[in-house]
Design a protein around this ligand. Sequence first.
Ligand code: ADP
Length: 706
Amino acid sequence: MRLFQRPRTLKDELQILFLAVGSAFLVLATVLLYQNGQASLRRQVIASASTAAETAAALISLEDHQSVRTPADMDSRAFRNIVQNLGALRRANPDVVHLYTIAPIGKNGTWRVVVDVGGSVREERHLIRGRLPIGSIPPTSLPDNLIEQGQRGTTADILDLTSPSRARATALAPIAGHDGKAVGLAVVELSAARLIEEVRLLWYVSIAIFLVGLVVSVVASNMASRWVTRPIEELLRAVEEIARGNLRARVVGKSRNELGALGKAFNLMAKSLEASKAKNDEQQNLLRELHRTGSQVAATLELPRMLETASRGIRAICGGEEAFSGAMGPRDKSVRLWTRSGPGTLDMEGWDTPVTLLEEVLGGETRLLARNEFAAAGLSMLLDRPGDYALAAPLRVSDQTLGVLVALGRRTQFHPEGISLATLFARQVSAAVGNARVFEQVRAVDRSKSEFLSIASHEVRTPLTVMKSSLDILVSSPKFEYTADQRQLIAFCQESVERLIRLVKDILDVSKIEAGVLSIQFAPTSLNDLIEKCLFWVPQLPGGQGIEVDARLPSEPAMVLADPQRIMQVLENLISNAIKFSQPGGKVTIEIREHEREYEVMVSDRGKGIAPEDLGRIFGKFYQVADSATREQGGTGLGLAICKGIVEAHYGKLWAESVLGEGSTFHFALARVLDAPIGDRAVGEIKVDKLLSALRTASARASRIG
Ligand code: ADP
């Protein structure tokens, strides 16, 4: 049973406490009830014994009583009178078990029996016909102290309660002499059997009351503890709910005591917690939005796209009916580049805001401008728009205003923290605008550098070509005769001029690739053909004679959409590198692998390999692995950069794998011509997938620029 287990809950503890207190009261009440009942019953018995004794004393004539002194007086009239009166009294009261009188008649005035009219019970052994004779010693059941008290007035006591048959109350009433002093005592012994019965009944009743009380107190303690703990349990449940994250949990109890007040206080706390969580969430969402939009803005370096995102962003973050972002273009003197976010469309052609006005009114700070300030800030075009207020945040880079973000609308449409949010957002946009401008400047510088290089290379190539043809004529014409030394010198010159021409050609190619103007003439091209042509040239490459070149080509031509001249250039470069960096007697393998959407060409050698830290750098301009062997091989360090540029201009991929000391493999992958019938038809006639048309557009654009 739960009660006998160690209490676990407050309810159990309270129940035990209530039960203990209730039981203690119950025990006390039962004991008091029993004792009071018993005392009252005793009082009743004593009172009726006293009454009987007093009645007996009153019925006895003093003279009669004083005249009876010896057994011889039993025949006297006085004795008979007394017996008659007392006998009537005894008969009238069935509870009287013994009725007699005593008086100080013995030697030295000891108290002796005078008249004994007997009773319903007889126990004394010395009784004569059931009565004590005149002058006999009073029964042993009558204590001396009671006799003494009886002389002073009626007295009574319950003298024997051992058994119902023996239980009795004894009462003594004085028979007063003429001087008022007691000259005799009427003694009545009254049966107390009923008292014992009633006391026993009282005991049973008390036990019954105790048991019923116990049951009631168990139930009551249960109810009371539940009544006390229910609001606490409810509070606890609500606290647990809140701890689990349900901030809507509330206490519903309606008690008006301190627990009720606690519940109300808890509800208030939960409400404010919910409100502050909602506010916190909102702020977090705003910050997330700020971060997200900021990243979007920074993700592009194109000013118009950036401004478009910024317009959407300022409206989402700060509110308002519509939003505008304006910035100065690279060569503008005022804010001319405007974008908008809001319902409907708007022609913003000709919108022009002088930066000086913006700086004058805003002073480099975000401000909420009223309608009458629009014109002063150079935003008079906004007067045609429905908004009354403009939240304007300047876009500033290096203390210079380059544009402005404007959220337009009614005052109530703006976020309460609109100004600080707009300032934060404008800072992000400003940084992005600054980057875009720097990028634009770098691109312009790069473009002019490439243009310069291209022109310079052209100018250098022409005299070099003249020099080369002149040297060729000098060597081949029979008109000229040379000594061996002269021939050697001319051969050195030829070699140097050829290297110079190659370098200039490479520089020209690199500058075209960097300027994005490399001309690519796309056509369905067989990789097999290109590789076979390359193999024809291999023995003529420096070092080509001592190297075995193995080409593993598929039986079907591997058709790609490519510029054959350019891909040939890539192949020549990769194969000549593989030969260049192989040991004499080494082996170079060329392989074509077929994939679902592309063909992959692999050129492998078993040469010295490339260290992992160099692998990522060899595709850069003028990069050569820093060891003497590489330098000895000659080269410009531009070959792989050009190869990568060419392959990427084909929307393909070029990469390398290498293990130092074991060799390298260079891969490039180009899109396959998937459903193109092969033949010598023009590109326009070939049915190819979407990629083909994309490539064609790119090719057309490149050739236009080139
Ligand atoms: P280079 O004209 O010097 O060959 P590349 O751009 O073609 O210029 O190559 C750059 C550098 O990459 C080379 O100088 C060389 O160090 C390294 N390299 C290229 N191909 C190989 C190869 N097959 N094996 C080892 N190293 C190579």
